[in-house]
Design a protein around this ligand. Structure first.
Ligand code: ATP
Length: 195
């Protein structure tokens, strides 16, 4: 089974492109979504996160996301510790999911691939790019974030130029029609590769 990584900066449109692949019958695993889900469901993760962040890490059954992101944003070491708790569980969950799939290839959407040197986990990597002002506008609208906050996140991520150099395919998502067409072309190429 070919594992295709789908990455890109904040607001580039990874999830949107993932839906295009899904509509063509390709299984899509969204690592960030599964991580959030496991942080909510797994008692082991909860215990470890409470130890790391304190009782405020959860409000009832829900993860206190705004509290965690405010903590992590200012402290990279804390982010690494959180990742060390969550990533292995997501990795194991992905492996179990992968075994159940029956398709020529699967898509794993992950915001972070190159940043953590995880390229080796993928056979093919697709990066979604879009102009920065569009990305900022989309995220401000979607999350009600401030422009400065989105810009700070973008500045913290690897630049598109660096990602492009390391990718097998690029999808340009400034407008949906172009992005959809490019997604379909890549899908055909991947099908040929797996035939
Ligand atoms: P994040 O890294 O923040 O999870 P993402 O890369 O997965 O983001 P999406 O969630 O797919 O990006 O897109 C961000 C927002 O922009 C969403 O509200 C989505 O509907 C919208 N969007 C995506 N692509 C386009 C586009 N081409 N035109 C207009 N809006 C778009």
């Amino acid at each position: 089974m070919i594992i295709v990584g789908l990455t890109g900066g904040i607001g580039s449109g990874k999830t949107t492109i993932g839906k295009f692949f899904k509509s063509m019958g390709i299984p899509v695993y969204i690592a960030d979504k599964e991580a959030k889900d496991l942080m909510k469901r797994s008692k082991v993760i909860r215990r470890k996160l409470v130890k790391l962040f304190g009782e405020k890490a959860y409000v009832g059954d829900e993860l206190n996301r705004s509290y965690l992101s405010s903590k992590i944003f200012a402290d990279e070491a804390l982010l690494s510790k959180m990742n060390a708790i969550v990533h292995p569980k997501v990795g194991a969950h992905f492996k179990r999911w992968l075994k159940k799939q029956d398709a020529p290839y699967i898509i794993k959407e992950a915001a972070i691939i190159f940043e953590n040197g995880l390229e080796g986990q993928y056979d093919v990597i697709i990066t979604v790019v879009a102009d920065e002002d569009l990305r900022i506008g989309r995220v401000v609208k979607r999350d009600n974030s401030s422009i400065d906050r989105v810009k700070a996140i973008i500045n913290n991520q690897l630049s598109d130029d660096e990602k492009i150099k390391k990718s097998d395919f690029i999808i340009e998502n400034n407008d949906l029609d172009t992005a959809k067409k490019q997604t379909e072309e890549i899908h055909q190429l991947l099908l040929q590769r797996t035939a």
